[in-house]
Design a protein around this ligand. Structure first.
Ligand code: NAP
Ligand code: ZN
Length: 359
């Protein structure tokens, strides 16, 4: 596979992991010239998703080193290809997980590019020209405009960045479970991290009663007072879990590590749905009894389509939903990854790539 093609002439400064030690170091590489369907983006901010951590450590066994992570990107357009009509110079935009899809299959035609079987991701993917894609831990990005969204004017670029992955990943299953149009449901969010905390804010904004299911008792006050959760269950406390049995309509599981779905399924009412979005490196346990005794369903969901991603950004603009972020300089990425691995972040690290914030 070619790592560079003739039109990859633009030199970019970024940060990459070179091996599974997971340590990030500066990396200079090339990006393609801005094509007719592309926009060039000066990256301002990039969130640190747990998926970045899975990749830098090669948790899933698929990492192509050196890997430049980052798929929660906000920035400003500096070049526009001749076919691009919906973006102009200076626009505030965002890029998430998707870099390319076939544009022809039933999923692409139906605004569900995220389920195209030729999907290529913003980093650690192979673009159509055969090159490996590099993500947002870098000062400039060339993106096909079909995978770029507008950031609403009222959302700050730093606190909006994690919406591009964390936000859409929880918005899409909520929409799929009709949580946007039918308020008053009882919704559970398992794992109060990057994905989980946005999920709580969204579910509250959509008018639901929200229960956080967490391994961290220390997050209870914040979950209730700051994020607006109604109830908080410590998942390691059998009594609390017992009290929560058969209370919830829908649960989103955002947990990044191996765990059992059994006790979580018990929290669902009969006919309830559990959507798994967390992606641990080892299989999660799925005991059959809580499934069959409650006629419950378990399904998965992966990021969202582009139309839906723009809708999510607009909905966040309307409800003023942003992420709670810890802003860092690029030289603190390794420290941030270590803290993320230890579950020590409230609730998303965001890298100030352009150095525009006072840190
Ligand atoms: P994160 O910020 O680290 O949050 C994960 C949360 O899971 C933690 O805050 C913690 O919450 C809980 N947790 C961690 N270890 C646990 C354990 N051993 N047992 C039970 N709970 C544990 O991660 P994130 O960025 O939100 O991502 C979460 C997962 O979603 C990752 O696996 C990521 O790769 C995946 N992901 C999937 C998609 C998709 O498209 N489906 C998109 C983005 C990310 P508590 O302290 O509250 O327990
Ligand atoms: Zn992500």
């Amino acid at each position: 596979m070619a790592l560079e093609t003739p039109n990859h002439t633009q030199t970019v400064a970024g940060w990459a992991a070179y091996d599974s030690s997971g340590k990030i170091a500066p990396y200079i590489f090339k990006r393609r010239e801005n094509g007719v369907n592309d926009v060039t983006i000066q990256v301002m901010y990039c969130g640190i998703c747990h998926t970045d951590l899975h990749h830098v450590k090669d948790d899933w066994g698929i990492t192509m080193y050196p890997v430049v992570p980052g798929h929660e990107i906000t920035g400003v357009i500096t070049k526009v290809g001749s076919n691009v009509k919906n973006f102009k110079l200076g626009d505030r935009v965002g890029v998430g997980c998707l870099a390319a899809s076939c544009l022809e299959c039933e999923f692409c035609k139906n605004s569900q590019e995220n389920y195209c079987d030729q999907i290529q991701f913003t980093y650690n993917g192979i673009f159509w020209d055969g090159t490996v894609t590099y993500g947002g831990y870098s000062d400039m990005l060339v993106a096909d405009h079909r995978y770029v969204v507008h950031v609403p004017d009222n959302l700050p670029m730093d606190a909006a960045a994690p919406l591009l992955c964390a936000g859409i990943t929880v918005f899409s299953p909520m929409k799929d479970c009709q949580l946007l149009e039918s308020p008053g449901k009882k919704v559970g969010i398992v794992g109060l991290g990057g994905l989980g905390h946005v999920a709580v804010k969204m579910a509250k904004a959509f008018g639901h009663q929200v229960t956080v299911i967490s391994t961290s008792p220390s997050k209870e006050n914040e979950a209730k007072q700051r994020l607006g959760a109604d109830y908080f269950l410590v998942s390691t406390d059998a009594k609390q879990m017992q009290r929560g049995k058969r209370t919830l309509d829908v649960i989103l599981d955002t947990v990044s590590a191996k765990h059992s779905l059994g006790p979580i399924l018990e929290l669902l009412k009969v006919n309830g749905t559990l959507v798994v979005v967390g992606a641990p490196d080892r299989p999660i346990e799925l005991p059959s009894f809580p499934l069959i005794f409650g006629k419950r369903a378990v399904k998965g969901s992966m990021t969202g389509g582009m139309k839906e991603t723009q809708e999510m950004m607009d909905v966040c603009g309307k409800h003023n939903i942003t992420c709670d972020v810890e802003l860092i300089k690029p030289d603190k990425i390794n420290e941030a990854l270590d803290r993320l691995a230890r579950n020590d972040v409230r609730y998303r690290f965001v890298i100030d790539i352009a150095g525009t914030s006072k840190l």
